[in-house]
Ligand binder design. Structure first.
Ligand SMILES: [Cu+2]
Length: 131
């Protein structure tokens, strides 16, 4: 049934195409969602502000992402960052969070919270900063 197949393909394409490594993006996926992100500048350094640009490529349900909140914790130390990052929507499904800073060497857990209305989908990525 090619017509039915075409209709379901249309219904599934409710999110943006995921940019790839040729544009410096890294994929981050869970069972529920997928984003592509790139750090700016691309190398993270201790005590230096950075940002992250994100494209929401796969989402639960059909609603757009209102905002993506990025945060970072050091699980071994029980603390987070010293600054509150700012989130900007650059385009539909494309977001920039700036004002991030990892102030210590070691293991950080970065969380990306995708908000669709009140629904939150969390993706996490671990970063180890060398002294
Ligand atoms: Cu720490």
């Amino acid at each position: 049934m090619p017509w039915t197949a075409a209709l379901s393909a249309l219904a599934a394409s409710n999110s943006a195409a995921c940019p790839g490594p040729e544009q410096g993006f890294v994929r981050l996926a869970s069972a529920e969602a997928e984003i592509a992100y790139r750090w700016t500048p691309d190398e993270l350094k201790i005590g230096q502000f950075f940002g992250v640009e994100m494209v929401a490529c796969r989402l639960p349900g059909g609603e757009a992402v209102d905002t993506i909140v990025v945060d970072a914790q050091m699980p071994a130390h029980g603390h987070g960052m010293n600054y509150r990052p700012r989130s900007t929507r650059l385009a539909p499904d494309r977001y920039l969070v700036s004002g991030l800073m990892l102030h210590m060497a070691g293991h950080w857990r970065v969380t990306f919270d995708l908000f669709q209305g009140t629904k939150r989908t969390r993706l996490t990525h671990d970063v180890t900063l060398k002294p």
